[in-house]
Design a binder for this molecule. Sequence first.
Ligand code: MRU
Length: 354
Amino acid sequence: MPVDAVELPKSLVSISRARLKILDQRGLPETVAYLDCSELSEVISAIKNLAVRGAPAIGLAAAYGLVLGLDDCADEPTRIQGELRHRSQALIAARPTAVNLSWAVEQMLDFAATKAAALGEAGWRDRLYQQASKLFEADRAACRAIGIAGAALLKDKPSILTHCNAGSLAVSEFGTALAPIYQAQADGLPVQVWVDETRPVLQGARLTAYELMAHGVPCRLITDNMAAHVMSQGWVDLVLVGADRVARNGDAANKIGTLGVAILAKHYGIPFYVACPWSTIDLETPTGAEITIEERAGDEVRQIQGVWTAPRDVPVFNPAFDVTPAALIAGIITERGILKPAALSEHAPEVTDG
Ligand code: MRU
């Protein structure tokens, strides 16, 4: 049975060529507020401050952001190309780890380059916008396919542990790591989810718990340091997480803390799966060692939701992601099937003219 997308909260709430309405995830679950972006700078700041987050969602926000406010741009092809390049650099610089951001921006630039002659002709802005919408639709289809492929794993493994948020809030719709769970539930399987709270920014507690509950999926929230105990009791059948960038050898960068979960899963013999669309796979990066790990402001660690929980001037290290080695990953669930980490490059999609 198909998952009913209407019940799931969305990150990009309404989209047009002139306006991008974003659910501001910083306030969730207590405050449901929205950002109305009509300029590129507003989208960049929403990406930087995590109002919109999750690898595919920031890529899609960037693709639409690239088009916002282009009405002031002269209809002269070379100047348009220059303006698009300038905008792209600013977008890509917003967050370094999730490859979906640069991937989506590059898809837009490539499209503009192949249609260079038509840039400046009537309707060129609409065509760019339509290209962003194609990326959105492709992400929806990928998430659906990931859900179907991954749900098969849950038939005899109904108790899942997840880290961070890789659900509908992090993508176009449905999610990546949560998509198999939604699909399994729609298929009538008795799934239940252990949700790591995911310090420092609490994407698990604030977002995953929120959207699983909105969808009626049984879940239990734990602090990150409880995962070992829960696994040691035999209460976790499978771990399912998203990714921000998967290197050619299958090493996967994801939210800080994922590596610890993977090591625990190995210790307790629990299969550890990564779910992501092909746009997260970066065949140009040979191994996880070459992935840039974003470091964020120290106050994310000194505070919890704006309340000081440490000396205000204590030195802090705050890497936003870590890299799980391919050896700890049982499989990568993509729209092209469940792949062994070592076999990624064999499944690369054909390059097509968009
Ligand atoms: O810093 P965030 O909240 O953007 O980090 C998000 C994650 O690490 C997700 O697990 C990942 O982007 C996959 S989202 C489908």
